[in-house]
Design a protein around this ligand. Structure first.
Ligand SMILES: [Zn+2]
Length: 338
């Protein structure tokens, strides 16, 4: 039996001891206020810890004894300056104690647990989960090695809308990110979508250990031995093209195909789960972080992807735009979540 343990902020301790299995996702948020506690902001989150076990192979949580194989994982909210390469407090012990600066903490997979892993068509997966209904507000990408399931790199940017008044942006961000206590970091760091794409392309070009070339920039412009993984078709079928239009940009060719994890899930387990939370619930993977904070959702989607891979699923392209008619999308599974 494979299990993992993670830690939650001190203020969660009572809540979780009172109600186990874990309460609904939003109550696990590191940024939303627990019962009978004043609302606390991102910068004030305490990071003392408790342990919870995650059972990965049967249908109920266990909490009577901790198996020897339990892996200790330390959980605390991510430093959202660090994920964007903008943290200036790496020499401040208090800051390092409060915030996580390693995106792979809750995504570590032991190679010994990968017995069922299938040979994959891709060497790398890029888990993407956009935020923003009117314009894109957050663009997080986690890069995974398909063989080891290690997080190789992270690209995360907050995105500033360009066709919205400053007053509207302020209201919008306060409503969405204020609820997580991260509106300040959003305002401190957000850049336009055009700038995000420029930086993302720099990131794609980056040499990692001198061996990864993620982008066939001089060829057809598609990703090289890599594929985007999303939860649903919305991110790449709808939102990115819409944003490109708003920003007056051509749709970059690497956005032309993707793997919709919901379709992989449906065709591998033969069960319908219409969203990230329902997949997690069925797989008994307790969600971590704040739902609808893109970087946290990406990590949770990645944990579902890791489970699918570990259970032996083949992650194939599920949707692709027709080259001569980019507005047309072809879907490759007959059974799909619509
Ligand atoms: Zn930091």
């Amino acid at each position: 039996m494979a299990t993992s343990t993670w830690r939650l902020p001190l203020l969660r301790r009572t809540l979780l001891h009172l109600s186990f299995p874990p309460p609904p996702f939003f109550q696990l948020s590191p940024f939303s206020a627990p019962l009978n506690q004043p609302k606390f902001k991102h910068s004030l989150v305490q990071c003392s810890s408790i342990s919870i076990e995650e059972e990965t192979t049967s249908s109920k949580y266990i909490h009577s004894e901790i198996p020897k194989t339990t892996r200790k994982l330390s959980w605390k909210p991510m430093c959202l300056y660090h994920t964007q390469g903008k943290c200036t407090k790496m020499d401040d012990p208090l800051h390092l104690e409060k915030f996580c600066h390693n995106c792979s903490v809750e995504l570590g997979e032991s190679v010994s647990e990968l017995n069922s892993l299938q040979a994959q068509e891709f060497d790398y997966f890029l888990v993407l989960d956009l935020e923003g209904k009117v314009e894109i507000l957050e663009f997080p990408v986690l890069l995974f090695d398909a063989k080891t399931m290690d997080v190789v790199d992270v690209f995360h940017r907050f995105v500033r809308p360009t066709k919205m008044s400053e007053t509207r942006i302020k209201e919008y961000i306060e409503g969405k990110y204020g609820a997580f206590g991260v509106d300040r970091v959003w305002h401190d760091t957000a850049i336009t979508f055009e700038e995000v794409i420029e930086q993302f392309e720099e990131w794609l070009r980056k040499e990692r250990d001198g061996r990864i070339n993620l982008w066939r920039e001089d060829g057809d412009g598609h990703l090289n031995e890599a594929a985007f993984v999303t939860c649903g078709n919305w991110d790449l079928k709808t939102k990115v093209p819409q944003q490109c239009e708003v920003s007056g940009m051509k749709l970059p060719p690497y956005f032309m195909e993707w793997i919709n994890l919901k379709d992989i899930y449906l065709n591998f387990y033969h069960r319908r789960a219409p969203g990230m939370l329902s997949m997690m619930k069925e797989l008994r993977i307790p969600p971590l972080g704040s739902h609808h904070l893109g970087i946290d959702d990406s990590k949770n989607i990645a944990r579902v992807m890791q489970r699918l891979l570990r259970d032996g699923a083949l992650l194939q392209i599920t949707a692709r735009r027709v080259p001569d008619s980019p507005n047309t999308v072809r879907f490759f599974f007959q059974n799909r979540i619509k």
